[in-house]
Design a protein around this ligand. Structure first.
Ligand code: S3P
Length: 443
């Protein structure tokens, strides 16, 4: 175990280059690995989750290499040509890698065995097994559809029309990836909109994807068996990662930081919208488009925050950001009530439980419901002075390190290694801006 402790920090300042977007990075390796020819990816997140996808794509027959200048190049052989992996695919901590690649394998006539770390092995896979079985794939796993499991891909995959029972971009993407090697039209209906990086990138590689907003929801139709054309990708900085330094700057007096080239996709931007409603001084400039994705620079200055109600409809656009939003809420005046957040229970950890326990241990008033979280903050500050179990969850670890930066007494996390899954270099980047983060436990 590698513990880290954060303590009350001086004003944060400077330009902080946050690593590449995790969702877009996974997709760029997968789609690049299906296109004939060379796809160059710059700004790829070199976190463990994405490196697991790179290794899996190699095992499936793609060539994936990092060049000395940090560009990644991917060569594929075309949709329908995947190799059967010779060994188990170990996706580490990454639910996105596991579910997206299960979709990809399901549409190819190959078998593959999937596993992961203790966190991934407890996460539910039934949500992808159900639609992928309709396509013609078979699954043999542990009780409750847990990893390790073996996917027997379909020999003659069938096009399906499927309405998502949970708002999940991973499930949508798994179905669309299976639909790539399926003749005819594969349709996914999402009653609530989720991140659309898969659809955007499919189009970038030349696939025909139709999107209609109908009364039953957003209807996405893919015409199967497209010929993917290798297409370069510039990965924006991850808004989910940017939220950590942003909240750190908001709660640390006299801070003024800039986060350049962050993804501004509206289906990912709920946390910034929410922080602005809470009174955060956040300015966006230099808006532009890269590979179909909107990006811009975000400037954040410390602000007096107030508690608000965060509506359930906003959850899909900020699903990974509730832990760090709860930290902002702990420093805001009054109650912040987050509704419709039950999905947090099946992330890398039970994030509702983990936040409620950690906030209570650091002296914050918190109430946990089945799918709500209410945090009552005070501008008088947060006591701190506790050690938090990160439970193999990078976002829980980073959230409590940010909390410690504004708390009266230091806050430790028991295991910081998991931060490398999504935000390698987090502690160094924050220290460079003025954060007090030290190795070791609270003394
Ligand atoms: C992701 C979708 C979300 C999110 C995850 C990344 C993706 O999961 O929590 O970190 O890249 O598609 P769900 O689709 O399960 O909500």
């Amino acid at each position: 175990m590698t513990s880290l402790t954060s303590s009350k920090s001086a004003a944060l300042s400077g330009t902080l280059k946050v690593p590449g977007d995790k969702s877009i990075s996974h997709r760029s390796l997968i789609l690049g690995g299906l296109a004939i020819g060379r796809t160059a990816v710059s700004g790829l997140l070199e976190g463990e989750d994405v490196l697991a996808t790179a290794a899996a794509m190699r095992a499936l027959g793609a060539s994936v290499n990092r060049l000395d200048d940090g560009t990644w190049e991917v060569f594929g052989r075309g949709i329908g040509t995947l190799d059967e992996p010779e060994d188990v695919l170990d996706l580490g901590n990454s639910g996105t890698a596991a579910r997206l690649l299960m979709g990809l394998v399901a549409g190819h006539p190959i078998n593959a065995v999937f596993t992961g770390d203790a966190s991934l092995r407890r996460r539910p896979m039934g949500r992808v097994i159900t639609p992928l079985s309709q396509i013609g794939a078979a699954f043999h796993g542990r009780a409750g559809g847990r990893l390790p499991l073996c996917v027997e891909g379909a020999t003659d995959p069938l096009p399906i029309r499927y309405t998502l029972p949970v708002a999940s971009a991973q499930v949508k993407s798994a179905i669309l990836l299976a639909g790539l090697n399926t003749p005819g039209e594969t349709t996914v209906i999402e009653p609530e909109k989720t991140r659309d990086h898969t659809e955007t990138m499919f189009r970038h590689f030349g696939a025909d994807v139709r999107v209609e907003d109908l009364p039953e929801g957003r209807v996405i139709t893919l015409t199967g068996q497209p010929e993917f054309k290798a297409s370069d990708i510039v990965v924006p900085a991850d808004p989910s990662s940017a939220a950590f330094p942003a909240v750190a700057a908001l709660i640390t007096p006299d801070s003024d930081i800039t986060l350049p080239a962050v993804g501004l996709n509206p289906l990912r931007f709920g946390v910034f919208e929410t922080l602005i409603e809470m009174g955060a001084d956040i300015e966006i400039s230099n808006r532009r488009i890269e590979a179909g994705e909107p990006i811009g620079d975000i400037r954040v200055r410390s602000s007096a925050l107030k508690g608000i109600e965060v509506p359930a409809e906003r959850a899909p656009s900020m699903i990974d950001e509730y832990p760090i939003l709860s930290v902002a809420a702990a420093f805001a005046e009054g109650a912040t009530i987050m509704r419709g957040v039950g999905e947090l229970r099946v992330k890398e950890s039970d994030r509702l439980g983990a936040m409620a326990r950690g906030l209570a241990a650091t002296g914050v008033r918190v109430e946990e419901g089945e799918d709500t979280l209410a945090v009552t903050g005070s501008s008088n500050g947060v006591a701190g002075g506790a050690t938090i179990a990160a439970d193999l969850d990078h976002r829980i670890a980073m959230s409590f390190l940010v909390l410690g930066m504004g708390a009266q007494a230091p806050v430790a996390i028991d295991d910081a290694r998991t931060i490398d899954t999504s935000f390698p270099g987090f502690a160094d980047l924050m220290r460079g801006a003025g954060a007090k983060i030290n190795s070791g436990a609270v003394t």
